[in-house]
Design a protein around this ligand. Structure first.
Ligand SMILES: [Fe+2]
Length: 120
């Protein structure tokens, strides 16, 4: 997954195919920067998605607050040609994904950015 962020207005875009000529994507008149998972100053244990395997499914949780100005915006699962995204409406919800060994789980906090873990 490749996300880019504007360091001025904090806009975030998901890039399906990155620019190859080097001109990059711009926002607020500047090049947007790649978002590096697990690299912000947020607490790791409050942002990395957790999963509990139940048969052929996983229950996904993130031990994070869901407040008006600080929340997990979405959680996703990626593996090869599969991508599943669950957008959250600033409240805790049940999130069920298929259990896929080796998949990557992502969570995105509006303040602390992108977090990831691999499903064992
Ligand atoms: Fe956060």
């Amino acid at each position: 997954m490749l996300l880019k962020e504007c360091k001025n207005c904090r806009a975030v875009i998901k890039v399906e195919k990155d620019c190859e000529c080097g001109c990059g994507f711009t926002c607020c008149g500047e090049k947007m920067q790649n978002v590096i998972p697990n690299s912000s100053d947020g607490a790791k244990e409050k942002h990395i998605p957790n999963y509990k395997v139940i048969g052929d499914k996983m229950e996904i949780t993130v031990d994070h607050v869901m407040e008006a100005d600080h929340y997990i915006a979405w959680v996703s699962l990626e593996k090869d040609n599969i991508e599943i995204v669950h957008h959250l409406n600033k409240e805790k919800e049940e999130i069920i994904f298929p259990y896929i060994k080796g998949a990557t789980l992502y969570s995105f906090c509006n303040k602390h950015g992108l977090w990831e873990r691999t499903v064992d």
